[in-house]
Design a protein around this ligand. Structure first.
Ligand code: SF4
Length: 759
């Protein structure tokens, strides 16, 4: 099978797309003057066999083909038959190097006299089990915790959730999806009564207006960016609007780029809604049939919604927002008047103290204009991790959740889940578990005495990192890791070697409700085990082996599939045999002959729509979606004379998250380089800072030093840094204020000072 010559809709071949999406940086990083350098990164076929799989990294969830020879990965290519149509980014193209990165952890280790020393699995797991038992005996079940990841496989998160909530009887199960998508999940749930996006990536192919806010698709979700560009090439009138305080590589391609002051963009969304009301751009027919308005407490009418918006007239908010009133009006008009509008957003919206309100309003703009449920018309929260949706949101592996949209706080839900799990009524605690930030605080004050951390790197990824690194030192920390020297591994009392990607098997659920199977193609190095095997071992040692009766990925998937039947997440039709054959399936998918659901809530597509209407928001009791009246509240992080700049953080194309994996792949590391402090050129001039100078960044939460990059891309008063680089560890200075509903931290807004400290 050779996909090299496959042309995309844009007429570009796969390698051309790689060049477009990532090749420039890679070639530059290698010091190459020609594109030939890229060919070194994408070797010609050297494989004996090719296997369908899924990229290990981001929530785009690209289908890939893995080429193998003599038990080793020799090539990875985009899968033309998958949803990404063969397009992958430079990270995906370098997947072939992932299993072989330097520093793989191959032996369990126990901390003795301050040093991690080799141990047997039995020694390590006995120590873990005994310490957990002692902590539970002394302080009760809530003195232990599980901190997981949107990168664990679905079967692993499902098993951890069941073990801790129904076995140990604590709801202290949370994970890094809280840090990136908590606000999106809460936003959808409030509006539709159910989590997860109503639309699909396919909607990009039909949109006439693509409204991108708080998302840098070019660098973070390149195949989606390419899809946007393909749509624009195919349909010349399609407009791309980008809202971002930086002129990102996505914004460079926009028809309109709006750069708000960080933390203010609820003003923009409310002002757009005000213009839509004032100019008669509402879809009143859609509203009458499918929408209810709420002030958060009570149902209100459309007149109350209009009255609420009066104070958000563009002229009233322009100054604080930093965007001219006429631009707000223009964007509102384009959004509402297009034939089909797709909104795409991610961490810039979610990682905010008003993240849920922002998500509410983005969905609300679609509901008041009727831009939902048609091809090209959808509000779409793009996700960052490969299995945050399927593995964590859907399985309910967060402190307040239970599987398939059930919640801890609801007694009926607890009884139902207990029955499905075959445990006694009353087994599941009625106390919601600690959210991520609260969980690490509880480690610091001794409430949580022992915790199992899997597949994530909180010592680098948490905001106000020093605060939580200190907390980790006080807790008995068990860390399952792929490498021996991640930031979090430094705090481990027991370090367990974990398998990654195709060294184990299971299902992942990417950002458009698509479940895909990753099959095991090779053995992990040394003594490394899958996270599932570690969890099953722990269950046995804690005396919960009977509860965790499904122990293989296939058996667990079948149990979870059966569980889903009783819910609106129904995916019973996604048998393992189908997932082996097909390029993923989107739920709902209740039967084996169902093709999966591209557009939720739409009759004829979504099998759960029952009443014969064209659309039905069946997650709400009255089947109507809710448009909320959401007042803007300024961020607690505000600039002052002492802290006159806003710091905002993000990613680069070549690195993924904290770069535990991609940072060890030489070509990617060379291409991205080290993280720098990006400063607006006018600000730099005023502070006499030049490129390469050493600068101090200080906030109310920490201080660090880094190398300056002077650029025109951030708006004046904004400083930017990527969080992939542990040497800079920008999260040391990032604020840890959280959204009061989603408990997601506001990574995107921190007031800082800047000072040149060296040249
Ligand atoms: Fe696709 Fe994301 Fe992997 Fe790139 S990192 S190939 S966009 S899944």
């Amino acid at each position: 099978m050779d996909t090299n010559d496959q042309k995309s809709e844009s007429g570009l071949g796969r390698r051309d797309l790689l060049k477009v999406l990532g090749g420039v940086a890679v070639a530059n990083g290698l010091g190459a003057s020609t594109w030939a350098a890229l060919e070194l990164l994408v070797p010609s076929a050297t494989a004996d066999t090719w296997h369908k799989s899924v990229c290990r990294y981001c929530g785009t969830g690209c289908g890939v083909l893995v080429g193998m020879r003599d038990g080793r990965v020799t090539d990875v290519r985009g899968d033309d038959l998958a949803h990404n149509k063969g397009v992958i980014c430079v990270k995906g193209s370098m997947l072939r190097a992932l299993p072989y990165v330097k520093g793989r952890l191959t032996t369990p280790k126990i901390r003795r006299d301050g040093r991690l020393v080799d141990a047997t699995w039995d020694e390590a797991m006995s120590h873990v089990a005994q310490t957990f038992k002692d902590a539970i005996a002394a302080g009760g079940p809530d003195s232990v915790a599980f901190y997981g990841s949107g990168q664990l496989l679905t079967e692993e998160s499902y098993t951890a959730n069941k073990l801790f909530k129904a076995g140990i009887r604590t709801n202290n199960v949370d994970g890094n999806p809280r840090l990136c998508m908590g606000s999106a999940a809460a936003g959808y749930t409030q509006v539709y009564g159910k989590d997860e996006p109503p639309g699909s990536y396919e909607d990009i192919d039909y949109a006439d207006c693509i409204f991108t806010i708080g998302a840098n698709l070019f660098e973070c979700h390149p195949p989606l960016f390419e899809r946007v560009q393909q749509r624009r090439r195919a349909s010349k009138g399609t407009r791309l609007i980008v809202v971002d305080p930086r002129r990102t590589r996505t914004a460079e391609h926009a028809d309109i780029h709006l750069a708000p002051v960080p933390g203010t963009d609820l003003l923009l969304l409310n002002a757009m809604a005000q213009v839509i009301c004032e100019e008669g751009l509402l879809d009143t027919s859609f509203i009458d049939k499918h929408v209810r308005f709420s002030d958060g407490q009570n149902t209100v009418d459309l007149a109350a919604f209009k009255a609420f918006l009066e104070k958000y007239k563009p002229e009233a908010v322009a100054s604080e927002l930093g965007i001219a009133a006429h631009q707000i009006r223009e964007v509102a008009f384009l959004f509402a008047r297009s034939r089909a509008t797709t909104s795409l957003w991610t961490m810039g919206i979610n990682q905010r103290t008003q993240g849920v309100f922002l998500n509410n309003m983005l969905n609300g703009l679609h509901l008041i204009t009727g831009h939902i449920g048609r091809p090209g018309a959808t509000p779409f929260s793009v996700t960052g991790q490969p299995n945050a949706c399927g593995g964590v949101r859907d399985t309910g592996a967060l402190g307040h959740l239970l599987p398939a949209g059930h919640v801890v706080a609801n007694e009926g839900h607890r009884r139902k889940v207990e029955q499905l799990w075959g445990v006694e009524p009353g087994t599941i605690s009625d106390k919601p578990g600690l959210d991520a930030v609260s969980l690490f605080r509880a480690m610091g004050d001794g409430r949580v005495k022992a915790a199992l951390v899997m597949c994530t790197n909180p010592a680098q990824s948490l905001p106000a990192a020093d605060r939580y690194r200190a907390a980790m030192e006080k807790c008995f920390l068990v860390v399952a890791e792929i490498v021996e020297d991640s930031e979090t591994a430094q705090f481990a009392d027991v370090l367990l070697p974990a398998a990654l990607w195709i060294e184990k098997e299971g299902v992942t659920g990417q950002g458009e409700r698509r479940y895909q199977l990753i099959e095991k193609l090779m053995d992990p190095p040394g003594q490394a085990r899958s996270d599932l095997d570690i969890l099953v071992d722990l269950a046995d040692r804690l005396g919960h082996g009977a509860l965790i009766n499904a122990r293989t990925p296939e058996d667990i998937w079948d149990e979870w599939r059966q569980f889903s039947v009783s819910s609106m997440y129904n995916f019973k039709g996604m048998t393992r045999a189908r997932l082996e054959k097909e390029r993923g399936l989107q739920w709902p998918c209740p039967s084996e002959d169902h093709p999966g659901t591209i557009r939720r809530y739409v009759a004829g597509d979504d099998p759960l729509v029952t009443n014969g209407s064209a659309m039905e928001f069946y997650g709400q009791p009255d089947k109507k979606a809710i448009v909320f009246l959401r007042p803007y509240v300024p961020s607690p992080e505000h600039t002052t004379e002492e802290f006159p700049f806003y710091l905002t953080t993000g990613r680069v194309l070549e690195q993924w998250h904290t770069s535990t994996m991609t940072g060890r792949i030489e070509e990617l590391a060379k291409a991205s380089g080290d993280a720098v402090i990006e400063i607006n050129e006018q600000d730099a001039w005023k502070l006499q800072i030049a490129k390469g100078d050493s600068v101090e960044v200080r906030s109310r939460h920490g201080t660090l030093q880094g190398s300056a990059q002077v650029a025109s891309s951030p708006r004046r008063g904004v400083v930017f840094a990527t969080f992939h680089d542990a040497k800079l560890l920008i999260n040391r200075v990032v604020a840890d204020n959280v959204d009061p509903i989603s408990r997601e931290p506001e990574y995107k807004v921190t007031a800082v000072s800047l000072r040149k400290v060296g040249t």
